[in-house]
Design a protein around this ligand. Structure first.
Ligand code: SME
Length: 156
């Protein structure tokens, strides 16, 4: 398929509905993990202009920075630390409307105001997380959680 994204308009749900099949097309038939994570991060950034979107991957007892779009970020996060490490240890999506109110939030950038972290599963084990940061408060809700879960479920 052509490597250009059609930018959807309308509600958040309509934008995700436009993006989802395009991400499916981008990664289908491509077995390389880094290539797929890089394109997912880029597609989310292009569609929603999130401040930061990217992946952290479990390596031994830490999360290590993977493909992302946005400003430079912290490279290593311990299990249970910050929003990412909490999502990993709880094996659950974490939505943070105001990062300053999340105990232990790791501020890679003071510009980030709200955040959502979605764990990546293989055989019921978390092998990484998708982290999305916004420069606005209250950017993420159940719609983001549902669609981001659907998007990461596409990763082979
Ligand atoms: N805020 C995250 C750290 C990663 S950056 O936002 C890119 C956290 O608390 O885990």
């Amino acid at each position: 398929m052509a490597e250009d994204l059609h930018i959807g308009s309308g509600s958040k749900e309509e934008q995700y509905l436009s993006l989802l099949p395009q991400i499916k097309g981008l990664i289908s038939g491509e077995p390389d993990l880094v290539a797929n994570l890089a394109n997912i991060a880029a597609a989310l950034k292009e569609q929603f202009h999130f401040f930061w979107v990217g992946f952290y991957l479990v390596k031994e007892d830490e999360l290590v920075l993977g493909p992302f779009q946005g400003p430079v970020a912290c490279t290593r996060i311990r299990k249970g630390r910050g929003v990412c490490g909490t999502s990993w240890s709880q094996a659950n999506t974490v939505v943070v409307p105001d990062v300053e109110k999340f105990p232990g939030h790791i501020a890679c950038s003071s510009i980030s105001k709200s955040e959502i972290v979605v764990p990546l599963f293989k055989n019921n084990e978390v092998w990484g997380v998708l982290d999305v940061d916004s420069d606005q408060y209250n950017s993420f809700d159940e719609t983001d959680a549902q669609f981001l879960k659907e998007i990461v479920a596409l990763i082979p």
